[in-house]
Structure formats: C-alpha cells, structure tokens
Design a protein around this ligand. Structure first.
Ligand SMILES: Nc1ncnc2c1ncn2[C@@H]1O[C@H](COP(=O)(O)OP(=O)(O)O)[C@@H](O)[C@H]1O
Ligand SMILES: [Mg+2]
Length: 457
C-alpha cells in the first residue's frame, strides 16, 4: 500500500478523467496506467488517468468525476493506493451524534461546540462530517452529513457511507433501542470501523477486570445486584462502601454508606441538588429506607468497597484520566484533571460543588515530593487498565475516561470507565492544550482505523 498527501483541485471538463502530477503518479504506482478506480468512503467509480506536468502532489478531478462521486471539497487530503489501480481518497470520517432539536444551527445540542472543533481540525487533512441516525439512507447507502464551511457554519452534503465512524451518541437509553442496534450492525456488516460501540455499564467493566489477574487489584471489591446480607458483609469488612447504579452518571443515585461502631449507620447522598446525610440505628432500617426510595431499581445497583481518598482542605479528591488510542493504535493518557469534592458531597463531580485542579497541584499537596512518582505510576496503571478493557471487549474502543482514586497509601483504584467521557476537565485554563491534543488523537485514530495511517508489521 502507498499513502500520499496531496492537493485536490476541481475542473469543469465533462469527461471522467483524473489528472495526476508527476510525483503523485510515482507515489501511487500509477506510471503507465490508463485507468483507475477512484474510491470515496464506500463508493467507487472507474476513471481515466492522465499525467500532467506540475511539481508537487496534485490531483485534478473533472466535473465528470464529480457527477459519479461527490468529493466534498478541494484542498489537502490523503490518497491511498490499496491494490493495483484503486485510489482511495479521504478518509471520509463520520461523527455520529444526536441532539434534542432539529435546529439547523444547533443540531447536536450541547455537543455542537465539540463537534465543530473536531470538524474544524479534521478538515485540514480529511473529509469529516457529523450526522444523526436519521441522516443515513440505507437503501441508497448515502449520508446527508453536516460539514463545516469556511465561516464555521454547518452545511449539508450527501456523501457515501464513511470509512470510519466516531460514535458520540448522547443517550444511554437511545443506544439500547433496536434501531440504534441495527444502525451499528449495519456499519459493522459493511466492515466500517465504528468506535466506541456504546456506553459502558459499571458491572460489565468490573466483571471484566475482576477476572484479569493483572489488573483486578486496581478495582475495589464489587458485588453486582447484592442482597442485603451481602451488603452488610461488605460493610462489616470495609466499614465504608459505595452503593451505586450500574448505568448511572454524574453521581446520581449514589450512596456512601459507613458504619461507625456504637454510633450507627450513615448514608450520604445527593437529594434535589443538596447533600443529605441520614443516620440509622440498625442496618435493617437503612436497607428499608433505600428500598423505599428505589424499589426494584436496586437490582441494577453495585455495592463497592469504599476507598478513603487523599484529601485537600478536608475534601476528598479523585482524578479523571482521559485516554485515547493514537495513530499507531496505542493507548495514551492525553489529559488528567484532579477533582476536589464539594464540602459534604458524596462524589467529586463539578456540578455537585467540586472544583478542578491540575494533577501536579493536587498530588503535590497530598504527597509533596513523592507526587511526581505517584502520577507516573497512576498513568501506567491507567494504560494497563485501558489495554485490559480493550482486550476483553468485543468491539472497537478508542477513547476512555477513567475515574481514578488514590488512597493515603498511594494505592491506585479505578471507580469507573466512561466510553463517552465528558470534556469539562479541558475547560481548566491549564488543560486547554490537552483538550486540543484530545481532538488530535481522535482524528489520528480515525486515520489509523480507516487505514490512512501506515501500520507496522
Ligand atoms: N468505591 C469508591 N470509593 C470511594 N469513592 C468512590 C467509589 N466509587 C465512587 N466513588 C466516588 O464517586 C464518584 C462517582 O462515582 P462513579 O462510579 O464514577 O459514578 P458516576 O457514574 O455517577 O460518575 C467517583 O468519581 C468517586 O469520587
Ligand atoms: Mg464517574
């Protein structure tokens, strides 16, 4: 396979011809060839090849070509010569998302800003568009995509099915519907790489890591759908547990339960935007209260050994490790935010009064000179965890947001793996560059998955 970066130009001629500059002819092994197949996404058309004398890598596409295959725009892009006589232009990258409205300016709700950032950066070296599940016409195998124009506005263009899909569907519930399952299956049947497959579920991840002896020590002891007896046993052994919904997020529905001898059982949780703390004389009355509040949905809860996190100013801190796969298919820690819990809060979420620090600030205050060493170790654990999840998972994963805790003994613990991690840590003034790097990594990994990056071996 050969891979070249080139400049695409459009001409008005009606004939179906691609004009190729001399050095590009050579790079694509086209010397002496009379015709090629030109491929964009999943579409392919035959065309005549003609050499032109011009320095540099240039490709001129006629109006005749444009009739058969809608190359989204002129400008810089990659060309890949897969087999004899087929030239793949692209990659054509699709970002799958959705929004609450059908508004033309804001089709992806609160994700619109991030999607625009991806499209803006990605258009420098690929054809990248965003789309919703409703924009795919499976009979025609076309997508009515949202491209970004020079002015930074969306404009619609019909293109073939893409070379790779980056999934940012926002709703956990929608993702389990049969129509979204069918959508994913349709991409996968056509061998179009699709990442990430779906939201993770806490117990699936704990189960998967538990059986891996290389990483199980980083996951607090967890019991899925525990009986009251099992909860009591876990609490007796650890005196602190977290009781949390499998598919929860943002700390919703989480209880921090502790037992203090001679004093009673305590449950901390978030209620109507406020921190609540209840005390019970007996374990039985605690369980009855939880059952009254949640009923059957407790079946979808996990009880987990509580970790006593390091603290700053008396508030616990934990960390978001934003992980990406890069253009060589390796995991990288791209950004780390330290999250300090709000006073009295069960979790460290910013929306529950938490605040954001850099990892160096947080670990320096917690461990002094040892901070650097702890950070280095935590990064290496995060990479090992990402590799393990990927290894045991059936589908492509290219991005993970880990919630990671560190205790006073410098032990590292993983609380949650997010397949569609939020981007709020990148708002921190010291983490802006990491936010950009995150976007770059997504694009690089799209190039890798669509085979527009050289692969080793
Ligand atoms: N086992 C645990 N021990 C200590 N703190 C925990 C534990 N589990 C969760 N937490 C705290 O609660 C926060 C939210 O938990 P998490 O599992 O990430 O659920 P959510 O889906 O609501 O984000 C974590 O970031 C951490 O601060
Ligand atoms: Mg979390």
């Amino acid at each position: 396979m050969s891979l070249t970066f080139c400049n695409v130009h459009f001409t008005q001629q009606p004939k179906r011809v691609v004009y190729v500059s001399g050095s590009l002819m050579k790079n694509l092994n086209l010397s002496g060839k009379k015709s090629v197949h030109l491929r964009l996404g999943q579409d392919r058309i035959p065309a005549l090849v003609k050499p032109i004398y011009k320095p540099g890598n240039h490709l001129y596409l006629t109006a005749g070509i444009h009739k058969g295959i809608k190359i989204p725009k002129s400008g810089p892009v990659y060309l890949r010569n897969i087999q004899d006589g087929e030239v793949h232009i692209g990659p054509l990258i699709g970002v799958l998302s959705d929004g609450p409205t059908s508004s033309a300016n804001n089709p992806f709700g609160s994700r619109t800003g991030f999607i625009k950032q991806l499209l803006k950066q990605g258009s420098k070296q690929s054809y990248i568009f965003a789309f919703t599940p409703r924009d795919v016409n499976w009979e025609q195998e076309k997508v009515n995509g949202y491209f970004l124009n020079e002015a930074g506005r969306f404009h619609r263009k019909k293109v073939p099915l893409p070379d790779v899909v980056y999934n940012r569907l926002p709703s956990r519930r929608a993702e389990t519907t049969s129509s979204i399952n069918q959508l994913r299956e349709r991409f996968s049947r056509r061998k179009i790489p699709f990442f990430n497959w779906s939201f993770f579920n806490k117990s699936d991840i704990y189960r998967l890591l538990e059986k891996d002896t290389g990483v199980s020590r980083f996951v607090p002891e967890s019991i899925m759908s525990p009986t009251p007896e099992e909860i009591k046993d876990l609490l007796d052994r650890h005196s602190l547990i977290y009781y949390k919904p499998n598919s929860g997020s943002l700390g919703n529905g989480i209880y921090r339960i502790s037992h203090i001898a001679k004093s009673g059982y305590y449950a901390r949780y978030r209620n109507k935007g406020k921190n609540a703390l209840l005390r019970f004389n007996s374990f039985g009355s605690l369980i009855r209260t939880l059952q009254a509040r949640h009923g059957r949905s407790l079946r979808n809860y996990v009880a987990q050994q509580g970790i006593r996190l390091i603290e700053i100013d008396g508030c616990p801190i934990d960390f978001r490790f934003h992980m990406h796969k890069n253009g060589r298919n390796n995991w990288v820690v791209v950004g780390i935010g330290a999250k300090k819990a709000g006073k009295g809060s069960v979790t460290t979420h910013l929306k529950n009064g938490g605040s954001l620090l850099t990892p160096e600030q947080a670990l320096g205050r917690a461990f002094g000179a040892r901070g650097d060493d702890v950070l280095r170790r935590a990064k290496s654990v995060a990479i090992t965890l990402a590799e393990a999840i990927e290894y045991h998972h059936q589908h492509l994963i290219g991005e993970i947001g880990f919630d990671i805790g560190i205790d006073k003994d410098e032990k590292i613990w993983m609380f949650e793996a997010n397949a569609k991690p939020g981007r709020s840590i990148f708002q921190h003034p010291n983490l802006r560059a990491e936010g950009k790097a995150s976007v770059e990594h997504i694009l690089e990994h799209c190039l890798y998955l669509s085979r527009f990056r050289r692969r080793e071996g």
